[in-house]
Design a protein around this ligand. Structure first.
Ligand code: ATP
Length: 317
């Protein structure tokens, strides 16, 4: 596998208020392969921005190293940073007094892109991002969604193979959020660029990320393929709807760990977050003892938001 980013034992402590030390990152290590959308997730204050800023060379870590396409961010800074481009605060990386076209020309120029290729590339980008009609209007007059699309277009025109995007869909309406998602998929599939996003929107994660790292209180609590995480949690959760239970059965079921019992119209709902399959057999034994009718058995549909909450819950326990 072609690894484009290696973060190795990254540690960062800030001095907070009244001289108190804030341990923002504690020996974080992960790798990002080429050509995927990679999610860097975690609750507020987990350490995501510190990680992203360290990768961009904007924060000096206390310990650890970062290499981008083989170049060390601290020792070979210019070469490493030339490999990446970042949108750190939504739509603020663009110039609001300039037009979309001028922004694209400006950011391409400061990255040393050749004008001849840009004559074709900039109109193409404006078209793909739905900005052709607004190409010559000052950016401050564009909607937030358009500004965010332009911010993304600007990262592309730099030609950098790695894009770091902090909350790329924040504050966008559903349509604009879907458009940005499909643009990101396209960038990755057609151009083999690598996209690293932070987001609190787990629908976006489930929709476009292939791999995630979840940080909590400065430590990595999950580093896995997203489908694997979904599968892992899905097979462990079942819902059963059953008929009426005797008091003895209820007591028996309530003693089974990870089992929740709730009354429903026709009887009871049993929710079982299984640590191992023997718990389901135990529940079935209790039901079988009175030949209780089982109306339905379903594997609970977990979305990534629930997986995320489960992982964070587990991390705190
Ligand atoms: P959010 O989702 O809220 O943006 P985050 O995961 O990006 O959070 P960071 O901004 O990396 O989290 O912050 C990690 C920890 O470091 C937090 O406790 C934060 O208060 C602290 N921190 C971040 N920057 C500084 C700073 N410049 N000075 C002091 N403490 C800081």
């Amino acid at each position: 596998m072609d690894i484009v980013l290696k973060v190795n034992n990254l540690t960062k402590t800030y001095s907070g208020s009244e001289g108190k030390l804030v341990r923002a990152l504690e020996e974080i290590s992960f790798e990002v392969p080429r050509g995927i959308i990679f999610g860097l997730l975690g609750p507020n204050g987990a350490g995501k921005t510190t990680t992203i800023k360290s990768i961009c060379g904007l924060v000096q870590p206390d310990a650890g190293s970062i290499s981008v396409n083989g170049w060390d961010v601290q020792c070979q800074r210019a070469k490493a940073l030339a490999q990446l481009t970042a949108v750190l605060e939504g739509n603020r990386n663009i110039y609001w007094r300039l037009t979309p076209r001028e922004n694209l020309e400006f950011f391409a120029a400061i990255r040393g892109r050749k004008p001849r290729r840009l004559n074709r590339e900039i109109p193409e980008l404006l078209e793909v991002f739905g900005l052709t009609e607004k190409a010559n209007q000052p950016v401050r007059k564009l909607s937030r969604g358009m500004q965010q699309k332009l911010a993304l277009a600007v990262t592309l025109v730099t030609g950098a193979p790695i894009l770091l995007l902090d909350e790329p869909t924040l504050g966008l309406d559903v349509k604009a959020s879907y458009e940005i998602r499909s643009l990101l998929r396209r960038i990755v599939q057609e151009e083999q660029r690598t996209v690293i996003i932070t987001t609190h929107d787990m629908n976006v994660v489930q929709d476009i990320c292939q791999h995630v790292v979840i940080i909590n209180e400065g430590r990595i609590v999950a580093n896995d393929n997203i489908q694997h995480l979904l599968d892992l949690f899905q097979v462990r959760s079942y819902d059963l709807v059953v008929g009426q239970l005797t008091p003895g059965q209820r007591t028996g079921l309530e003693q089974i760990p990870h089992l929740r019992l709730e009354p429903v119209n026709s009887g009871w709902q049993i929710s079982l977050d299984m640590e191992n399959p023997t718990l389901l057999w135990q529940a079935l034994d209790v039901l079988g003892s009175e030949q209780t009718p089982i109306e339905s058995v379903s594997r609970k549909e977990l979305n990534f938001e629930k997986v995320f909450m489960e992982i964070l819950g587990g991390a705190k326990a």
